[in-house]
Design a protein around this ligand. Structure first.
Ligand code: CA
Length: 242
């Protein structure tokens, strides 16, 4: 595939005179780990216990939001009430405990190769997640050695995705501007967050939603799977480098 047209259109659309990718900003759930089915199940059992109305698709659609934002959505919908900080802590701790009881999450096939391609190209790699799920964040060092010294998690941001804040924070951490970064994301709200931050955003459809949903959310380039992204990454990065 020839990426030059896509890159030219992206630069023109943002008024960038050049791109110089120095940092790759990676989403975690559904991107680095095949964890979304586990999360959906953990949310569903919490909802059944608490009496919130929900379907698994709600959690695929809400993917990228912080736990607090998701609990606010559930409380408003089922009870017409805002979630207090105590509600958030209570329901999120039940959801987290459900998640921890599940079998270990697998690495997303192809993701280590995508991360490695960015490292080989001399880029800093930064984690940008809405998750406060420490059990997965703690595995990163072993599963992605040397990759994610820099991390933005739910604790560091006031507004989760689709706000651009998590990606803006990540760029401040890595000391880069939007024209010096790329985003790798699997969910529509995450794609919108990267796009709103002005970053070249790679959307990878790894779950039940079609790739088209990521294109509609504004992804600069879209892949059907992480192995497809891994295969394309070296050429895409060469095209992006000046
Ligand atoms: Ca995700």
């Amino acid at each position: 595939m020839n990426y030059n047209d896509i890159i030219r259109r992206f630069m023109h659309g943002h008024g960038y005179s050049r791109l110089q990718p120095l940092a790759a900003l990676f989403d975690m759930d559904g991107t680095l780990y095949d964890s979304m089915p586990h999360h959906a199940r953990a949310w569903m059992s919490m909802c059944e216990e608490a009496g919130f109305e929900a379907t698994p698709m709600d959690f695929f659609m809400a993917e990228g939001r912080t736990g607090a934002d998701t609990i606010e959505m559930l409380m408003m919908r089922s009870r017409g009430q805002h979630a207090t900080p105590a509600d958030v802590e209570h329901y999120y701790s039940i959801k987290s405990a459900n998640f921890r009881r599940m079998p270990p999450v697998d690495l997303m096939p192809g993701a280590p190769q995508v991360v490695q391609a960015c490292m080989d190209a001399g880029m800093a790699t930064v984690l940008v997640t809405g998750s406060g799920q420490t059990s997965l964040i703690e595995r990163l060092a072993a599963d992605y050695p040397g990759a994610f010294a820099l991390k933005v998690s739910a604790r560091e941001v006031a507004h989760g995705k689709p706000s651009p804040e998590p990606y803006i924070k990540a760029m401040q951490m890595a000391r880069v501007e939007p024209w010096q970064a790329i985003v790798v994301e699997n969910a529509p709200l995450g794609v919108r967050s990267g796009v709103a931050a002005g970053v070249f955003t790679i959307g990878v459809a790894t779950g039940p939603m079609p790739a088209q949903v990521l294109a509609e959310a504004g992804a600069t380039v879209v892949f059907d799977s992480m192995p497809a992204c891994a295969q394309a990454m070296p050429e895409l990065l060469r095209s992006l480098m000046p």
